[in-house]
Ligand binder design. Structure first.
Ligand code: ATP
Length: 320
């Protein structure tokens, strides 16, 4: 997928990876390398299907994006960001992008298959989660966020719908279409086509999980993902996100005034970690550089007993 946003030209889409130094260059795949099966879901610009590699028999989730639809709706840059951000990732808690290819109509992303669908479905069905289950998923999400940030990316849309579960009920973070890629020179490429200092001006992400700094039009940094992480812990423990309201406008009002109610049932450790993560000032938010980074979050008493090194190879708690 090459960004053909050439000056003065209409954006076009291509999956050519012409640069031999590109990680995908040596492993080209084509449409007929796979058998296509059941549809796993549909997005606004995409259909995700089960795909089987004819050579190895291995199953994948294949995301098929309609080129004409993407160009027509001005979504080329979001697709580029998604591919570029995903191809930087290499972590058990994050959906892996194996190959991209195209045919006349579509672009295809070959991804890890997360057979058990969205964490959101389990929260709806089972929440409140018990403390051990919450701790387990929170720990896997935190490690995944740590990896995303270590690869110079801000996800910007962490929420239970974007946390998928594999065969063994371990997480796979997905949906990098709203991500911001921080380049070595500290300029940033975003789905908004803006640089790091102006990226906050347009709304990305999902209303309920949006950080207050984004609503204040301050520059958005990695800490925005930690705000959303706080919202997700709250949601696993209570069944609903902390800033719920009838309209996006009312949700934004609540976020700006930090208007949420901590449920009585939360343990003191849960209350403390949620409160620290839901801090308006990103520099004072738990996990910011000034508060000790993500390692400080790992050391919080809420996570007592978590085996950080082995969590992705451990047995997940039964979700029922
Ligand atoms: P939108 O594009 O409107 O934001 P979306 O992000 O959900 O929607 P897709 O990424 O195309 O769109 O995903 C469509 C559906 O397919 C999702 O709801 C998800 O449940 C499912 N899905 C996506 N990726 C995978 C995967 N790797 N494994 C299993 N299911 C997946």
């Amino acid at each position: 997928l090459t960004n053909n946003l050439n000056k003065g030209r209409e954006p076009t889409l291509s999956t050519d990876v012409d640069d031999p130094s590109h990680p995908l260059y040596h492993h080209r795949r084509i449409v007929t390398d796979f058998d296509y099966g059941e549809i796993l879901g549909e997005g606004s610009y995409s259909t995700v299907l089960i795909g089987r590699d004819k050579r190895t028999g291995k199953q994948y989730a294949i995301k098929r994006l309609d080129k004409a639809h993407i160009v027509k709706n001005n979504k080329v840059k979001y697709v580029m960001i998604e591919r570029d951000a995903l191809s930087r990732m290499n972590h058990p808690g994050i959906v892996k992008l194996y190959w991209t290819y195209k045919d006349n109509r579509s672009l295809y992303f070959v991804l890890d298959l997360a057979k058990n669908g969205e964490l959101y479905t389990y929260i709806r069905r089972l929440a409140p989660f018990d403390l051990d289950t919450t701790k387990f998923y929170a720990a896997e999400i935190l490690l995944s966020i740590e990896h995303i940030h270590s690869r110079g990316v801000i996800h910007r849309d962490i929420k239970p719908e974007n946390i998928l579960l594999d065969d063994n009920l371990h997480i796979k973070v997905t949906d990098f279409g709203s991500a911001k890629i921080i380049n070595e020179n500290e300029n940033a490429t975003t789905g908004d086509g803006e640089n790091s200092s102006t990226a906050a001006r347009s709304f990305v992400g999902t209303a309920e999980y949006v950080s207050p700094e984004l609503l204040r039009s301050d520059a958005v940094s990695k800490e925005a993902d930690l705000w959303a992480f706080g919202c997700v812990i709250f949601q696993m423990l209570s069944g609903k996100s902390p800033f719920k309201a009838a309209t996006d406008y009312l949700i934004f009002q609540k976020i700006k005034s930090l208007d949420y109610v901590m449920p009585d049932g939360f343990s003191p450790e849960a209350k403390d970690i949620v409160q620290r993560l839901l801090t308006s000032d990103p520099e004072k938010r738990f996990g910011s550089a000034a508060t000790g980074g993500i390692s400080a979050i790992k050391e919080h008493p809420f996570f007592e007993g978590v085996d950080w090194e082995n969590i992705f190879t451990s047995t997940a708690p039964p979700l029922r």
